[in-house]
Write a protein that binds this ligand. Structure first.
Ligand SMILES: Cc1cc2nc3c(=O)[nH]c(=O)nc-3n(C[C@H](O)[C@H](O)[C@H](O)COP(=O)(O)O)c2cc1C
Length: 168
């Protein structure tokens, strides 16, 4: 089993990374990130997802056009689009794919690969670029690249007191 204190430290130290080295990511590491997605829990174990790996620089550039607060994705050597298959789990595809994204984000960080959830984008335009259809929900695109420079300082978090309560 994994050491819980180390795991918590890892969660605390993970940051959204928006600057990437211009260095290819080996396929074995991309596969580890995809495996982390594949082993995510999902409602009724439906696994209603598809992960699209984009390495082609032109395609990444095209995708950047649909990003709003995420133009930095054009510097990432790899982008993975996380797609929910709506018909495969109509009530839960958002939760399922969100969990898969988190697993992949954490795996990436453990490999020294930075990423950042891109929510601010023109989804319809991005979907068109990716050749996605009506049944496809584009949750996010995750830019992936070895971290450039230092890891940003921890972002603020509400205190536990603010976000928890006990009911007796
Ligand atoms: C649903 C969601 C959408 C987000 N969208 C964007 C985005 O469009 N662009 C961006 O740069 N960061 C985005 N982020 C990253 C957040 O800004 C970041 O997680 C938050 O500020 C906390 O920082 P940390 O991840 O370094 O702890 C998003 C995060 C989540 C969970």
């Amino acid at each position: 089993m994994i050491n819980s204190k180390e795991l918590l430290e890892f969660f605390k130290n993970r940051r959204s990374i928006r600057r990437y080295q211009d260095k290819p990511i080996p396929d074995e590491e991309i596969k580890m990130i995809l495996e982390a997605g594949r082993w995510t829990p999902s409602a009724s174990n439906k696994q209603p997802w598809m992960f699209i790996v984009i390495k082609n620089k032109e395609k990444i550039k095209k995708l950047t056009e649909s990003a709003i607060y995420g133009k930095f994705i054009d510097k990432a050597p790899v982008v993975i689009a996380i797609v929910g298959k709506i018909n495969e789990n109509p009530n839960w595809y958002i939760q399922d794919t969100s969990l898969a994204s988190m697993n992949m984000i954490l795996m990436a960080f453990s490999l020294g690969i930075g990423t950042c959830w891109i929510g601010s984008m023109d989804r319809e335009k991005a979907k068109e670029n990716l050749g996605l259809g009506k049944d496809d929900f584009l949750l996010t695109v995750l830019p992936l690249g070895y971290i450039k420079g230092s890891i940003p300082k921890p972002t603020l978090r509400k205190s536990l007191d603010q976000i928890t309560r006990e009911i007796n």
